[in-house]
Each structure stands twice: as structure tokens, then as C-alpha cells.
Design a protein around this ligand. Structure first.
Ligand SMILES: Nc1nc2c(ncn2[C@@H]2O[C@H](COP(=O)(O)OP(=O)(O)OP(=O)(O)O)[C@@H](O)[C@H]2O)c(=O)[nH]1
Length: 313
């Protein structure tokens, strides 16, 4: 096994690489490939597609079996092609910014002259991968609620769409829980908006601790939160709702040296064939308002058009 470890630094890399590619006058193919990669790789903002294009084009000239990329800081390994015993690994850097590790795999030894050519070509990946990372970060930020760090309404809707598709395709149960903090306005009115913000943050932390790991919580807006309960039918969702309701009501939230006894009104909707994100949210919302109108601190599950109250009324 061979391991070449090197750092590819992007400082003016493209200019120097393009100069070296052109200098290799004897190798018109390499130069042409370099320029082709440079323009084609810029066309995508997705790591998978960038690497697949790179692998496909480069494999036409070099016997490369696979390429992997571990993006920093999230180190999920993306593999195109196959891992093989012979490999050459590179750290990708742009100024002081380390943004990933790239590894080339081959079934036979990589020769020094091949490595030199490949390193030249690898330079074409730096800007596209960095742009892709910036784009992904921007997408992530646009789906995150800045106050609580939870996913926001957009993230929730996208996830719910996916969960509905899975529930529909595989005939799996799915439930949606909508929680609205009771009389939250009085927290703001009495203690100020900043304390209200602290209470919301602590409330969202509490939800995170109360959830099953597979259940994601989101801030739907204001003092409303949503939990998507995967693989959960109405009965299970009601058990979860009661557990969460009880835990919220028994917990004292302390913010700015004041104690708050928070309660929440909870509406549930269980997936029915033909449901959309809107229809599930609407049913959970109707169920939640039924509890609000009764004074809060309870849950209600909406099934079909009937509202079934937790106490069985
Ligand atoms: N501090 C803070 N308050 C918020 C935020 N978003 C919404 N609110 C407040 O949440 C309160 C919601 O008030 P209402 O809709 O009357 O609801 P409520 O007082 O909880 O009453 P019920 O829902 O009927 O129990 C308002 O005072 C909003 O200003 C936020 O990000 N931070």
C-alpha cells in the first residue's frame, strides 16, 4: 500500500496550475483536460456531482478506481468509484481554511509522474468544492432558527414532505405534534423580550431532551414548535404527547433569576392517505386550538375530521 499525503493550497493555485498545464507542451491532452475540468466543475454546487464529473473525466486518461472526499468540519465520507489498496491523500486548503481531505484510489501503484499530473488536475477541484461548501452552509443557515438553533418552518416543511413520501411509499405510520406555549405573551409583558427569548431557548432545549432521537423538533414560529414523529401512529403519538406535556409542566424554567412554570397546548395529526404537509399541519393546528380554548396544558389528536380528546371525551 502506498500513501502519499500532501496539501493542496489554493493560493493562486489555479493560475500556477494553469501555467504548468500549458507548459507541458508535450502533453496537449493534459492541458485540454485541465481546462475542460476547470469549466465543467464550476457548473455544480454539489460535492457528489463535482467529484463524479472529476472522476469520470480523469478516468478517461488515468486508471483511477475511486475518489473519496471528507469535507471538514462534517466528516461524512463521500466515495465515488471504489476504494483500493493504493491511495494518495490530499488536504485541501484555501488560505488558512482547511476544507477537506481528498483521496485517490487505485488497484496498482501510482507512479510519481502520474501523481504529478493528477495533482495538477486536483487543483481544479479546490474552487468548486469550496463554493459548494459555502452554498451548503448558506442553505443550512436558511433552515435554522437563529434563536433556538432548531430547524425553522422551512426545514420542518421540507422534512415533513420527505416523511410523508416515505409513509406513503412504505405504508409507514407518521404523526405530527404541534406545541404552543400557553400565555407566553405574559412572559414578555412581565419580564421583557430578552427574558422571553431565554425562556424560548430553554424550552427548545427541553424539547430536544424529551424527544426520541429519531424525532426532530423545529421552531414553527413565535412560541410554536413542531415535532415530527416518524414511524408513530396516533396511539403512540398520544403517549409521547402526554409524556412531553407532563415533563414541560413539571419543569421550572429559570431565566434572569425568575422562575417560570411553563405549560403547552399540544395538537396531534396522524398521517392519512392523501395527506400533504398543509393538511397535516392544519389538522394538528385545529387540535391544538381545541386545547387552547379549554385553557391549555393538554393534548388532542385530530383523526379524520373528528377531534379525539386525550381524556376520551
Ligand atoms: N421573546 C420572544 N417572544 C416572542 C417571539 N416570538 C413570538 N413571541 C411572543 O409570543 C407571544 C404570543 O402571544 P399570543 O399569540 O397572544 O399567545 P399566548 O400569550 O401564548 O397565548 P395563548 O397562545 O393563547 O396561550 C407574543 O407576545 C409574541 O411577541 C420571540 O422570538 N421572542
Amino acid at each position: 500500500m502506498e500513501l502519499a499525503k500532501a496539501t493542496l493550497d489554493s493560493q493562486d493555485q489555479q493560475r500556477s496550475h494553469s501555467a504548468s498545464a500549458d507548459k507541458k507542451a508535450g502533453d496537449k491532452n493534459l492541458s485540454a483536460l485541465y481546462w475542460r475540468l476547470l469549466s465543467q466543475l464550476q457548473a455544480s454546487l454539489h460535492n457528489q456531482q463535482i467529484l463524479a464529473t472529476f472522476h469520470e473525466r480523469v478516468a478517461e486518461h488515468f486508471a483511477i478506481d475511486g475518489i473519496s472526499y471528507a469535507a471538514y468540519p462534517q466528516a461524512d465520507l463521500l466515495l465515488i468509484g471504489e476504494q483500493q489498496p493504493h491511495q494518495a491523500a490530499y488536504r485541501l486548503r484555501a488560505r488558512d481554511d482547511d476544507f477537506g481531505e481528498l483521496t485517490l484510489f487505485r488497484h496498482k501503484r501510482l507512479l510519481p509522474e502520474e501523481l504529478a499530473d493528477l495533482e495538477l488536475l486536483l487543483g481544479t477541484l479546490i474552487s468548486p468544492l469550496r463554493n459548494a461548501r459555502q452554498y451548503q452552509n448558506a442553505i443550512k443557515a436558511s433552515r435554522k432558527d437563529p434563536l433556538t438553533g432548531l430547524g425553522n418552518r422551512m426545514a420542518m416543511t421540507e422534512q415533513l414532505e420527505q416523511e410523508i413520501a416515505i409513509a406513503n411509499r412504505h405504508q409507514r405510520p407518521l404523526s405530527l405534534m404541534l406545541l404552543d406555549i400557553d400565555k407566553f405573551k405574559s412572559v414578555n409583558d412581565t419580564h421583557g423580550h430578552q427574558v422571553g427569548d431565554q425562556v424560548l431557548r430553554q424550552f427548545s432545549d427541553l424539547l430536544g431532551r424529551l424527544n426520541r432521537q429519531s424525532d426532530q423538533s423545529y421552531r414553527f414560529g413565535g412560541e410554536e414548535f413542531v415535532i415530527i414523529l416518524r414511524d408513530t401512529e396516533a396511539k403512540g403519538a398520544m403517549v409521547a404527547a402526554e409524556r412531553i406535556r407532563n415533563a414541560i409542566a413539571s419543569q421550572t424554567i429559570t431565566a434572569n433569576q425568575a422562575d417560570f412554570q411553563i405549560t403547552a397546548s399540544i395538537g396531534l395529526a396522524a398521517y392519512q392517505s392523501g395527506d400533504s404537509t398543509d393538511s397535516m399541519i392544519r389538522r394538528a393546528d385545529m387540535a391544538m386550538y381545541k386545547i387552547k380554548n379549554r385553557g391549555g396544558n393538554d393534548f388532542c389528536c385530530a383523526e379524520n375530521t373528528h377531534l379525539i380528546h386525550s381524556t376520551g371525551e
